[in-house]
Design a protein around this ligand. Structure first.
Ligand code: UD1
Ligand code: UDP
Length: 389
């Protein structure tokens, strides 16, 4: 079975690493296409090296531009590759512009599309990712959901062929579908949990690595806030960005150190709005984006995570670290519903109040549920794709 995996942005390299390895181990013929949406060393190459992702067979070098231009260039490039490779299926990940182009191009050529991380909704159409999710899902033939919530969201949108994946996938799994001609929706669990588990095991085998990393930034385990900010709503709006930085300052003044690996989009916004000076805060360490292994190490030892990232708010939960989400909505609603994560928007007082409330929480009292499966999502994806073909 020949698969074209389509990636282009940081979280996609991470998700694809585990699925790609599983597909190759299971005998798939995989070709990897990198759109070049992310291209800095620490936004792209570092993940290929660290997670042993094979080098892309096709690199489109699209780079940064406005949504329409970027997506259009990707569409044209992906179409060329699809025509040349003629895969049995195209596999797409998440909700970026790479996902959008990666869904549309094969759908128009009648090449089946499999969407990993399908069904997520924030119900906020001002998020570019929400548009990408909706279009990608409705162009897809197999929708691999990470959670039950995601599968239910798709049911609400009219998908009827929703099949539950148990621990093991039976041989007639795909035949169990009620409406065989319609797209197949299946909750396989979250591939990000698979990757995080691998990373955790590696880190456990080399305990010095974490210690050295914390020493490098002058941090102590359990005594710092790890912050990441990159959403368009927070970086394209000077007030929101200023408010979030002000909140970091107040949190730091309260005695909690902070580490802030800065996404290139955010650094550029800070320059543009003349806000770089706000990073000069007692107790706040600022750095460039870190590698995945470093990020996992830093998340797992943090006292608290402050983020607007989709992936990071969930990884915090994987490691039992509470999280304040600098957004008004999230697609990972289950974590807010059980009170583990708090939505705080982008107002200083709300963020500070959410951080203070989180610090007062007794984590032992908090519910922990297996929303994200058992760390074997990639195996299920490969098994189902193989049967589906
Ligand atoms: C993209 C995704 C977002 C995802 C994020 C992961 C879309 C619409 N957004 O947002 O869903 O959460 O990736 O990190 O697809 N830049 C660099 N170097 C790079 C990459 C980007 O300098 O290697 C800068 C450029 O100035 C660029 C800006 O960051 O204009 C934004 O990059 P872009 O890929 O358009 O969106 P992200 O904010 O990274
Ligand atoms: N990440 C990383 N280094 C960083 C920041 C994030 O490796 O400096 C990882 C993080 O652990 C998670 C993924 O990138 O696995 C999340 O990507 P991002 O926040 O860029 O995008 P989102 O998940 O919001 O789409």
């Amino acid at each position: 079975m020949k698969v074209l995996s389509i990636v282009g942005a940081r979280p996609q390299f991470i998700k694809a690493a585990v699925v790609s390895r599983q597909m190759r181990d299971s005998g798939f013929e995989e070709r990897l296409l990198h759109t070049g949406q992310h291209y800095d060393f620490n936004m792209s190459d570092v993940f290929f090296r660290e997670l042993s992702l094979p080098q892309p067979d096709h690199y489109l070098g699209i780079g940064s531009s406005r949504h329409g231009q970027q997506t259009a260039k990707m569409l044209a490039g992906i179409e060329d590759v699809l025509l040349a490779e003629d895969p049995d299926v195209a596999v797409i990940y998440g909700d970026t512009n790479t996902t959008l182009a990666g869904a549309l191009a094969p759908a128009k050529l009648h090449i089946p599309v499999a969407h990993v991380e399908a069904g997520l909704r924030s119900y906020d159409r001002r998020m570019p990712e929400e548009i990408n999710r909706i279009v990608a899902d409705h162009c897809s033939d197999i929708l691999f959901c990470p959670t039950e919530t995601a599968a239910r969201n798709l049911e609400t949108e009219g998908f009827r062929n929703i099949v539950n994946a148990g621990r093991l996938i039976p041989e007639d799994f795909v035949q169990q579908a009620h409406h065989p001609a319609e797209p197949l929706v299946v909750n396989v669990g979250d591939v990000m949990l698979d990757v995080a588990r691998h990373a955790e095991q590696k880190l456990d085998a080399e305990p010095r690595r974490k210690t050295e990393l914390l020493e490098k930034y002058g941090l102590h385990a359990g005594e710092y806030v790890l912050a990441t900010i990159h959403r368009a709503s927070n970086t394209d709006d000077a007030d929101n960005l200023r408010n979030i930085l002000e909140a970091m300052k107040v949190i730091g003044a309260g005695g909690l150190k902070g580490l802030f690996p800065i996404h290139p989009r955010t650094r550029k916004a800070l320059e543009r709005f003349d806000l770089l000076g706000m990073l000069d805060v007692e107790g706040l360490v600022v750095c460039d984006p870190v590698s995945y292994m470093e990020m996992i190490a830093l998340e797992s030892e943090a006292r608290l995570v402050l983020t607007d990232s989709g992936g990071v708010q969930k990884e915090a939960y994987f490691f039992g670290v509470p999280c304040v989400v600098a957004r008004e909505q999230t697609e990972w609603t289950e974590l807010v519903e059980i009170g583990w994560n708090r939505l705080a928007g982008a107002q200083t007082a709300r963020i500070v109040a959410a951080v203070e409330a989180t610090l007062r929480d007794d984590l032992a009292d908090k519910a922990r549920m297996d929303f994200y499966g058992d760390g074997r999502a990639a195996v299920r994806i490969a098994t189902i794709l193989w049967q589906w073909n």
